[in-house]
Write a protein that binds this ligand. Structure first.
Ligand code: HEM
Length: 327
């Protein structure tokens, strides 16, 4: 089937890749695993906080004095296992990333952006391990807890980019398949989505789940006011997503772009309902944990829209487009 010419189609023939160089299915799954593992570590990190297990391993990198793993004599009860499980997951994550780097290096022909993206994930794990250590050593300072979360948000973005770029058929200049205004709305959506998440961490840092439940060292903001600011930005985010959906639909944009925005819209509505419910119920731990799962899913869904709006043409596509034009 021929490829319909994009609205602003102006490919430079000389810059087209000769053929598709998308990664194999196995490598694509490995790259997808990175996204899942990054989200999993955010959720287990939240569980550490929500179960009050933040100092379950009171030292770092050791879990107990003189031992990397929890020991019987420790006074921390089940908290030591929860905290240690979170630390252990970092190693799982590192294994997935190293496997991804190897897969990216072995991919023929070499696609340097994939190597750089996978290698930067490894740097991120090192940064997270250090930040995790600082979080423990500062007695769960809420600034450090929030920074730990936000670095994960960057890591999810890198992992999503790695996955999406691996699926793309090369590294030639991408062709945007939607109207320029709508492409800008998609960019703005990423900025507003990030703002929602950042303010979300400030809401947490101002409330009872900022780190150590017993600690009084919090952001010092009024939880009610900052929660409403968080919800207000969510409403703007929702409006922007809805406007993008309408814009894409009336300009007959590619179906996958429309579907990607529909997914985001559904996730925002569910997350919004969850957010208000947890707010009015006094932030029960289970709902907050689900809210963190939702935040990761929304961040992924927001980034994905951008990739659904573009293509990397290869020479074969140009032929299809020319055929399409001559008929
Ligand atoms: C697009 C929708 C939303 C996203 C992406 C989002 C994201 C987040 C994030 C990332 C956090 C910080 C989690 C953490 O640090 O562990 C958070 C916390 C929070 N959010 Fe949202 N949120 C959304 C909608 C809402 C709405 C509509 C409300 C309603 C008031 C709300 C209420 C809260 C509250 C109360 C917290 C603090 C929970 C705690 O004590 O840990 N959220 N949100």
């Amino acid at each position: 089937m021929g490829l319909a010419p994009p609205p602003n189609y102006h490919a430079d023939v000389n810059k087209l890749s000769p053929q598709s160089t998308a990664v194999s299915t196995l490598t694509r799954r490995l790259f997808a695993l990175n996204v899942v593992a990054q989200c999993a570590i955010v959720v287990t990190g939240a569980l550490v906080r929500l179960t009050g297990s933040g100092l379950g391993c009171p030292t770092w990198p050791d879990c107990a004095e003189g031992s990397l793993i929890p020991v019987q004599r420790q006074a921390e009860g089940f908290h030591k296992y929860i905290e240690f499980g979170n630390r252990l997951l970092t190693f799982v994550l590192a294994v997935v990333i190293i496997a991804s780097i190897i897969a990216a290096i072995r991919h023929k022909p070499r696609r340097t952006p994939l190597v750089i993206l996978s290698a930067s994930l490894l740097l991120g794990v090192v940064a997270q391990a250090v930040l995790g250590g600082i979080t423990v050593l500062t007695g769960l300072n809420p600034y450090s807890v929030a920074a730990h979360f936000l670095v994960s948000i960057v890591m999810i973005a890198l992992a999503t980019t790695l996955y999406e770029r691996g699926r793309e058929r090369g590294d030639a200049k991408p062709t945007i398949l939607v109207q320029p205004l709508l492409a800008n709305v998609a960019r703005l959506l990423v900025v507003v989505g990030l703002l929602v998440v950042v303010i979300g961490t400030v809401v947490t840092g101002s409330g009872p789940h900022s780190g150590d439940a017993a600690s009084l060292v919090r952001f010092g903001l009024e939880p009610r006011a900052i929660s409403w600011l968080h919800a207000d930005v969510v409403i703007a985010f929702l409006g922007l997503t809805f406007a993008l959906l309408i814009g894409l639909t009336v300009t007959s944009a590619p179906r996958r772009a429309i579907r990607a925005v529909q997914v985001l819209l559904v996730l925002i509505v569910l997350q919004g309902a969850l957010g208000f419910t947890q707010y009015f119920l006094g932030v029960p731990e289970l709902l907050v944990a689900l809210h963190v799962v939702g935040a990761c899913a929304i961040w992924w869904a927001t980034l994905r829209i951008w990739f659904a709006m573009r293509t990397r043409l290869v020479a074969a596509d140009l032929l299809s487009v020319e055929e399409h034009r001559s008929t």
